[in-house]
Design a protein around this ligand. Structure first.
Ligand code: C5P
Length: 291
């Protein structure tokens, strides 16, 4: 077994999210352009005499019971699958540095689960076939497969049918969350989805006007989330006033992002937003490029 391993669990950002239908089991069909921040949670895994799990970081104290954490569920599920192949899965000490707000629409829990799968495969020195890994990820949550790769993608199905988007450039953003947790099932329950259009064809190169394209798209979960959580309206207004060229909610909220022309502008806006709203989560970040 290898020594200690670090993985990052980058924040997922739904640049646009169209809900196009509903499956018989109640899950919704999506057409979503997703990308990933260069910031996120941190995961540290090391060989140990027995399994353990510790949470640190700004939002660590807000997490519930350890056994409900997706990190633990990912560890246990991967161990069951790997053991059935006869490969050893020795005990592991896991520390999660919870830097992303909880239940906030930027996929923190899903990113943590995906980082656990990646990290344990490295630590245990195993490689599962891509399909098996993806199925395992999907059984942990609809957003976990996209977090495995953490690269820009067009996500269809319930979020698990992924097409890479190499033409998406790095974007300068500020993520803002008013520290109000939002229940994803609750937002989907309140959604009126029937007439929603799918996503039109995406721009084909990095030089295209992606801001204009994104401005013509939407997040269909934003209206029900705004109706439920007043603070989302306040956050969007503050981001718009900070000079963002586009403001939108990610996932089922409450995190919203503002898009800026350059990282220095995003950092300036983030400083001002933090001064005005010291209790909010305000994170300037860049997103990864498509490849
Ligand atoms: O898969 P995950 O556990 O992350 O989903 C949480 C809840 O969000 C689901 O139980 C479902 O109510 C809702 N959901 C949905 N359609 C999706 C993804 C999630 O209705 N594509």
């Amino acid at each position: 077994m290898t020594g200690s391993i670090r993985e990052t669990a980058p924040a997922k950002i739904n640049l646009a999210l169209h809900v196009t239908g509903r499956r018989a089991d109640g899950y919704h069909l999506l057409d979503s352009l997703v990308t990933f921040a260069t910031d996120g949670d941190g995961l540290h895994l090391s060989p140990a005499s027995e399994d353990s799990f510790r949470v640190t970081g700004r939002f660590g104290a807000l997490l519930g019971e350890a056994q409900d954490n997706l990190v633990i569920r990912a560890r246990d599920l991967l161990r069951t699958v790997v053991r059935s192949t006869g490969h050893a899965t020795p005990p592991v000490a896991i520390t999660l540095d919870k830097a992303l707000p909880i239940a906030s629409g930027i996929g923190g829990g899903s990113a943590d689960a995906a980082a656990t799968l990646r990290g344990l495969c490295r630590l245990w020195n195993i490689r599962l076939p891509d399909d098996a890994m993806k199925a395992l990820a999907l059984s942990l949550g609809a957003d976990v497969p996209m977090c495995l790769a953490s690269r820009p993608a067009l996500a269809r199905g319930i979020g698990e049918e992924l097409t890479p988007v190499p033409a998406l450039p790095s974007l300068a953003l500020v993520l803002v969350n008013p520290l109000v947790s939002v229940s994803t099932p609750e937002i989907f329950r309140r959604l009126e989805w029937r007439d929603n259009d799918p996503m039109p064809p995406l721009p084909v190169d990095r030089q295209a006007d992606w801001t204009a394209f994104l401005a013509s798209q939407r997040n269909d979960l934003e209206p029900p989330a705004r109706a439920l959580v007043d603070e989302i309206v306040t956050v969007s207004g503050a981001l718009a006033a900070s000079g963002a060229s586009l403001v939108r909610m990610s996932g089922s909220g409450a995190t919203c992002f503002g898009l800026y022309a350059a990282p220095a502008e995003a950092e300036r806006a983030a400083r001002r937003l933090t001064e005005q709203h010291p209790l909010w989560y305000v994170q300037p970040t860049s997103t990864v490029c498509g490849e």
